[in-house]
Design a protein around this ligand. Sequence first.
Ligand code: HEC
Ligand code: HEC
Length: 408
Amino acid sequence: MLLLLGACGGGGTSPAVAPAGAASSPGMPASAPSTSSKPLSLQAQLGEKIFLDRNLSGSGRMSCATCHDPAFFHGPPNSLPVQVGGAFETEFGTRAAPSLRYLERLPAFTGTAQTAVADLRGGLMADGRVDTLAEQAKLPWFNPREMDNGNAGILARKLRSAAYAGDFGRAFPPAAGASAPDDDSLVSQASQALQMFQLEDPRFHPYDSKFDWVQQGRAQFSNAETRGLRVFNDPQRGACLTCHPSFSSNNAPVAFTSFGYAALGVPRNADLPNNADAHAFDLGLCQSKRSVMQGRDEACGFFRIPSLRNVEHRPVYFHNGKFSSLEQVLRFYATRDTDPAQWYPTVAGQVQLYDDLPAALQANVMRNAPFGPSRLVSDADIADILCFLRTLSDGYPGPATPPKPGCN
Ligand code: HEC
Ligand code: HEC
């Protein structure tokens, strides 16, 4: 995994450094504005009701929207590193709740037992353990730390007594003479409805950030935003684009993720209840329980590379919610290896590098730019990258809007 491009799946298509001001650079595709206001299908409409239904939980108080709140960019509405669920709302989760936006182009997991970790792609969850949004929905429903519904029978009973129970027959017309769906089929229909809702509802993927406006030639970056993009793309400095590409190859809007995996050595978060056990580690990809990942220690510490859209609005960052400000995240990238004592605990005069991985697996952590023995990203660069990242937020009102404070 130590080859940077390989690790992040540049796939050879990345421009070395895209010139600043993406809109004016040749070969930069104009992203399609998502102005489609097609009405949702019956399945998607049913999915929205299910998404918001708090009754579909052991506590009776938790819906999908509790952790993935549409008003908070489909992410968590609070700054807890992990959310609290379960029948009595006493069980802490093990990972930060992500935003559900921009998952519509995430591919299913691809790779075999022989595929280099660097080339693995796709899959939902930080460790890529499920392939479809429908499959995914069954995880929170039955997770005792989340919605905790017990079993399919209990959930099906709630679905049959919901105000929208009649919608199932219309959204999933039964074959002539077929009997009513059994518990498992009803739960599968509900999960299919959730998938269609997330795929169809444009609020999950509006592509209407300032970045998109600039790509379409309808707005211009400020000087600071332009400088930020330049450091972001520079392979000798930020090198962010190797994992979070700021370009797309097929005229699609930019995803800001290669959909691959990387090991950053994010510091251990002592605030996670799960981490009270000093021997417990969240190893990510190598623990995904996929058969092709069995015994692959070289995949430990790898987590899926997230999109950076709306990243300024995330209350906590990284899979373990270790950081609570975007600036901290950028400082971590810039100084992890030049000033490690700032990030990792010191025990008996020794800085405990990459302390969220057992010693034997720490060699998996990537050391290429922006990491490494010399500092490649300055404080001024950090300020500029921040300005650039703040152009990735949905709902840009239009070119009359001044740049964010400090981003002229
Ligand atoms: C208690 C909080 C909580 C609730 C309730 C919840 N989720 Fe999540 N969700 C999470 C967390 C935490 C993760 C990340 C888990 C991981 O990476 O292992 C996640 C991940 C996801 C993902 C994958 C995102 C990605 O980037 O791969 C999807 C999709 C998702 N949830 C949809 C749903 C749906 C649909 C529901 C309702 C059926 C739901 N969630 C209910 C906390 C929650
Ligand atoms: C080697 C691949 C790689 C490179 C290079 C890289 N990132 Fe990341 N980035 C990741 C991965 C993997 C994660 C998720 C890690 C985790 O959850 O523990 C991530 C997460 C982030 C997050 C937090 C997102 C969230 O929702 O929690 C931000 C912000 C970010 N990266 C910005 C950047 C910037 C800016 C640069 C350039 C300075 C950069 N990244 C370079 C792989 C990379």
